[in-house]
Design a protein around this ligand. Structure first.
Ligand code: ATP
Length: 242
């Protein structure tokens, strides 16, 4: 469904992403992990059209999309969420979600109906009339998911939706993500909460200093020496095994 081939992106002299490749098949939940500053968000931005890659290609459902603008990629069926959520503070949750639906319809009533369906999927149907400004962190995260879903994606890129949530809220959002997949949406997620990655993802990619260093099941990744050392430093794998 998504094919990323040898994508690179530099900022000045810094190679934030260095020839990274990954694949996502329809129906999967795939994790993208790596230490802080590894280049995960930059790779997402390059996939979703927010940064033009310096090199490499991205294709979605067999069509090349490298360098297309984000709204064109979104209209093609792939959308990303942002780590820092910014709901429209002065309008309701319903209207915030409708902004996403307006990508494919100008009909206000249809957009409102879609917003309600999406709100039910993310567990926000009792908050539809609440103002964006009055949401808790967990509410803002759900709204970010809902706005993205309202655009009608077949592939959803989630950037750290669990950051800032407490353990109960994490369990709840894991359930929401499962429901989204059950509803037919394929998911690629950046996540630091390893417990969530392990319980959700069938496959995980690991980025370190811009390079893709490993790919496999969560169990294989947790046992991979290069991955352990990327997180804990050189020699850590040996120390842990000793
Ligand atoms: N717009 C930018 N201009 C300059 N440098 C940038 C820019 N965006 C990211 N970087 C740098 O690129 C590198 C990769 O950053 P990125 O945010 O992609 O990492 P990340 O893996 O998402 O990190 P985190 O887990 O902390 O969110 C970092 O060194 C970062 O400082």
């Amino acid at each position: 469904m998504l094919e990323v081939r040898e994508v690179s992106k530099s900022f000045g002299g810094l190679k934030a992403v260095d020839r990274a490749s990954l694949d996502v098949a329809r129906g999967e939940i795939v994790g993208l992990i790596g230490p802080n500053g590894a280049g995960k968000t930059t790779l997402f931005a390059a996939i979703a059209g927010f940064h033009r890659p310096d090199a490499g290609t991205v294709s979605f459902e067999g069509r090349p999309i490298t360098g297309l603008a984000p709204h064109r990629i979104c209209a093609a069926g792939m959308v990303r969420t942002f780590q820092i959520t910014q709901p429209f503070a002065g309008i309701s949750v319903r209207e915030n979600i409708m902004v996403g639906a307006y990508l494919h319809t100008a009909d206000r009533r249809l957009a409102a109906r879609e917003a309600e369906a999406v709100a039910a999927l993310v567990g926000m149907k009792d908050q539809l009339d609440q103002r964006g400004a009055d949401l808790t962190v967990a509410g803002r995260k759900r709204l970010e998911l809902a706005r993205a879903l309202a655009t009608g994606p077949r592939l959803l890129l989630l950037d750290e939706v669990m950051a800032g949530l407490n353990p109960t809220e994490i369990v709840e959002i894991v359930g929401v993500i499962r429901n989204i997949r059950e509803a037919g949406v394929t998911i690629l997620l950046i996540e630091h909460v390893m417990q969530a990655v392990t319980s959700l993802a069938e496959r995980v990619y690991v980025l370190n200093q811009g390079r893709m260093i490993a790919e496999g099941t969560p169990a294989a990744i947790a046992d991979n020496e290069e991955v352990i050392e990327a997180y804990l430093g050189h020699g850590a794998a040996k120390v842990l095994r000793a």
